[in-house]
Design a protein around this ligand. Structure first.
Ligand SMILES: Cc1ncc(COP(=O)(O)O)c(C=O)c1O
Length: 374
């Protein structure tokens, strides 16, 4: 792959050293063109060719999203953000008093609050303790051994430390114990491979604005076919039911697909953008992207250590991701991030560290520039 050529899709490279894909990513010119295509149609024809133009693209993007995660189009719904997908799971399962959800204290609040909100229904959230940025697998194994555990809810990559969860091993543990497996995939989808089928994932949610390189406000929610009927949609509208264009006959026959969770008119511009973003990723290939990103983060880790920075991200086999967290000795992380931003190097402070998160189009020279600027 000619990585230097991929930079031409990202004009942001002319302005900034953009190392915040774990925050909000810039979009490519491909996504810009998709948004322009949407706008041109809306401006010139409105909804005149709705089915042919909008609906056809929406279903195409659904299929592309399914390919990206190894699921089926019928298992994918569009959501407005990661939180909405996790909320669908929290709101829709038939909880019984005494049920337990297992998660951990490394998680972003989106994957904690939906479970805590079930407290008044008698559901207990078990917050496993992370250790130096990682969640040891044996802690999960012990927790899942307790009675009444219904669901394991973890991120594919932890937002602060960059620890990559072993989804395959976690999925196996869940399957062995009959526990549902819910994954917040926003910190890896688009940068690391993921297969819902092999990992036995029941639910997955990820917005488009990080590693997928799309816009905010439109993401994907996966609900495995085998558990579709275990999840009651809590908001039901015209789009949730079969024959949704028959507005004259009221009925509540839900669609037999995950699209029953899309209760009304979809976010068409967001879906157009997401489609172009996923197309670009699949065109390049997720495996080469993962190799590239891990190559860049390896280089960063080595450079940081050489300069005397403290690397906080777990760096053991299989633990690495696109996120590198570090500390500059004697300096508060917010101050270090501000210092780098003064050099037009975009990183942020998160969870006690400076977080740098390069994507495939970043260059080795940009990584070296960060290390130099320290
Ligand atoms: C792991 C994780 N989950 C969820 C979110 C937020 O998701 P959304 O705003 O798409 O609901 C973030 C944002 O930083 C995150 O890092």
């Amino acid at each position: 792959m000619n990585w230097a050529r991929t930079r031409s899709f990202f004009p942001v490279t002319k302005e900034l050293v953009y190392l915040n894909h774990a925050g909000v990513a810039p979009i490519s010119t491909r996504v810009q063109e998709a948004l322009q295509r949407f706008a041109a149609e809306a401006v010139h024809r409105g909804a005149f060719a709705y089915e042919k133009f909008y609906e056809a693209e929406i279903e195409r993007v659904r299929a592309r999203a399914a390919t990206l995660i190894g699921g089926k189009p019928e298992e994918v719904a569009f959501v407005k953000n990661t939180t909405e997908g996790l909320g669908l799971v929290a709101a829709g399962l038939d909880w019984r008093p005494g049920d337990r959800v297992v998660t951990c204290d490394l998680e972003y609040p989106s994957n904690v609050y939906p479970w805590w909100s079930l407290r008044d229904r008698g559901v207990e959230t078990v917050m496993l303790r992370g250790q130096a940025g990682r969640l040891p697998l044996d802690r999960v194994e012990d927790a899942l051994g307790a009675p009444s555990v219904r669901l394991l809810a973890l991120s594919s990559v932890e937002f602060g430390s960059g620890f990559r969860q072993d989804l395959l091993a976690l999925g196996r543990l869940c399957r062995e114990r009959g526990v549902l497996f819910c994954v917040d995939a926003i910190q890896s989808l688009g940068c690391l491979p993921l297969d819902v089928e092999t990992c036995g994932i029941d639910f997955l949610s990820a917005d488009g604005h990080k590693w997928l390189l799309s816009v905010e406000g439109c993401g994907i929610f996966f609900c495995a076919r085998r558990v579709l009927d275990c999840l009651a949609p809590r908001i039901i509208g015209w789009h949730s039911v079969t024959e949704d264009r028959d507005f004259d006959r009221y009925h509540l026959d839900l669609k037999p697909t995950a699209s029953r969770f899309e209760e009304g008119t979809p976010n068409a511009p967001g879906i157009f953008a997401l489609g172009a973003a996923i197309d670009l990723l699949l065109e390049i290939g997720i495996d080469p992207i993962a190799e590239r990103v891990l190559g860049l983060t390896d280089r960063l880790v080595a450079g940081l250590e050489r300069r005397g920075a403290l690397v906080r991200s777990p760096c053991g086999p299989g633990e690495r991701s696109g996120v590198v967290s570090f500390e500059w000795p004697g300096e508060e992380p917010g101050r270090t991030a501000a210092r780098l931003r003064a050099h037009r190097i975009f990183v942020v402070a998160r969870r006690g560290g400076v977080r740098a998160s390069p994507h495939f189009y970043n260059s080795e020279a940009e990584i070296d520039a960060l290390v130099e600027a320290l």
